[in-house]
Design a binder for this molecule. Structure first.
Ligand code: ACO
Length: 434
């Protein structure tokens, strides 16, 4: 391919430099500015990374204009309809779908890592019972680095792969136990006979006194939610994992940083915020229009939670899948029926917003978090566990990106620069002169 460059001219000095244009296999080209500072003494300025690609990646592609999402080239719709979460994990980590032997071997490895070091149980009791389970997750996942020292050899590819398997395996146990601890319930050990979603539901809802059998409709719904949340290229939490990991910190610390970033309501915390908002609308008995108007009012901090996305300027394909799933669950399950009022409000909100000039002109559509919370409620998952569910699903995405980054010889410690706006140099005044 012939080299493609752009010329940058300083209109003050008239000096020009050529910058290379980089071509990914899909998506917009990028201007390589890595040499810019060296050549011109100038930085680029891009808070929030609106126009900045921070790495090369083979894992996930999304086209926000078309509403397209692919893992390793496979569409999210096909994966959600035909695949399992274990296949998705293998695909994200290895680049290809597994054949039967590879699938069996991978599943066997995951299943045999689901237990936690027995001492981690005691770690939980250091938290207040009313701690948000995301706070517990950040702490316990970070603490894994104090338990699994043998997985710290981050420059060994085999070791990194084992860490990925270990994390995918342990995350449901850590997640379920954060719920059990908060509710004063005994910890339930994983059951290796069960599928990944069933095992999580078992650890959440089994009692020593009563056998729990997961409803197959809920297991499948959870499987689809795990697949659709598994990765989303360089979102805030994945970028956090990459940034933390770039200092060559151990992977448990890097994933713990990712969990912390996911927690915020502008990111994964939105699934909890959506249901709280739908409940508020229901309990207020005010029309949906009132809340749409409030979201448009720039004097208020209120936003329609589960609406809008940095990249999607079209319907989020994950939201389409999850909305259909939500309808299915509510139509098929008597238990879920009690949450129909929230689905009705969500649908009304969506239809009012999508006809409103404010949302249309800004291309604000429902995102992945808009309908997922209603499904979680139908499964019996409490509100404060919603973002934990997201973290459990996203772990494979985080660890796949970390694995890719650590094997990439272009990786350097991530160190953005700044435009300083503070005081210029001045003398230190003695106390009586201040
Ligand atoms: N409700 C009302 N207005 C909104 C919303 C919303 N949910 N989202 C964006 N806008 C408006 C902004 O006020 C802004 O308006 P302006 O141009 O008049 O100033 C415009 O749309 C662009 O919004 P930004 O905040 O600049 O877009 P950005 O890409 O930075 O933010 C974000 C994206 C954080 C997702 C935002 O849309 C939002 O806060 N949504 C609600 C929270 C949410 O659902 N988060 C989950 C995202 S998906 C995920 O992380 C898994």
């Amino acid at each position: 391919m012939t080299k493609h460059t752009v010329t940058l001219t300083d209109n003050k000095t008239g000096e020009s430099i050529e910058l290379d244009v980089l071509h990914p296999t899909q998506g917009p080209n990028a201007i390589d500015v890595t040499q810019l500072y060296k050549k011109t003494g100038m930085f680029t300025y891009d808070p929030g990374f609106m126009s900045t690609a921070s790495c090369w990646s083979d894992i996930t592609y999304l086209d926000g204009g078309k509403g397209l999402l692919e893992y390793r080239g496979y569409s999210i719709q096909q994966l959600a309809e035909q695949g399992s979460f274990m296949e998705t994990c293998y695909l994200l980590l290895n680049g290809e779908l597994p054949n039967q032997t590879e699938f069996d071997e991978f599943t066997h490895r995951v299943v045999h890592h689901t237990m936690l070091h027995e001492q981690i149980k005691r770690f939980y009791s250091g938290f207040r019972r009313d701690a948000h389970p995301m706070a517990t997750m950040v702490g316990v996942v970070g603490a894994l680095s104090a338990f699994y020292h043998e997985y710290m050899e981050i420059h060994d590819e085999k070791n990194r792969y084992e860490t990925a398997v270990l994390l995918i395996a342990k995350m449901p146990t850590i997640a379920a136990w954060s719920y059990r601890y908060a509710n004063g319930l005994p910890f339930v050990y994983p059951d290796n006979k069960l599928s990944y979603p069933d095992n999580f539901l078992h650890m959440m809802f089994s009692l020593p006194s009563e056998e729990y059998l997961a409803d197959p409709r809920m297991s499948r719904a959870l499987e689809v939610i795990l697949i659709t949340h598994a990765d989303h290229e360089q979102n805030a939490s994945t970028s956090t994992v990459r940034l933390a990991g770039s200092s060559e910190v151990n992977p448990f610390a890097a994933i713990s940083a990712g969990i912390a970033s996911l927690w915020g309501p502008a990111h994964g915390g939105a699934n909890e915020a959506v249901v709280r908002m739908l409940m508020e609308i229901r309990d207020s008995e005010k029309p949906v229009q009132h809340f749409v108007d409030k979201a448009k009012d720039k004097t208020q901090s209120f936003r329609l939670m589960g609406f809008g996305h940095r990249v999607y300027k079209n319907y989020d394909p994950r939201a389409t899948i999850i909305k259909e799933l939500c309808h299915k669950i509510l139509n098929e399950s008597e238990v879920a029926e009690e949450h129909r009022d929230l689905l009705d409000i969500a649908m009304k909100l969506e239809s009012v917003a999508l006809e409103d000039e404010y949302f249309v002109s800004r291309k604000l559509y429902p995102n992945v978090d808009f309908y997922s919370g209603i499904i979680f409620l139908s499964m019996g998952i409490p509100l404060n566990m919603f973002t934990v569910m997201f973290a459990m699903a996203r772990t494979i995405g985080w660890i796949s990106h970390w694995h890719e980054m650590m094997g990439d010889d272009k990786t350097r410690i991530a160190r953005p620069r700044q435009l300083y706006t503070g005081e210029t140099s001045r003398d230190y005044p003695p106390m009586d002169k201040r």
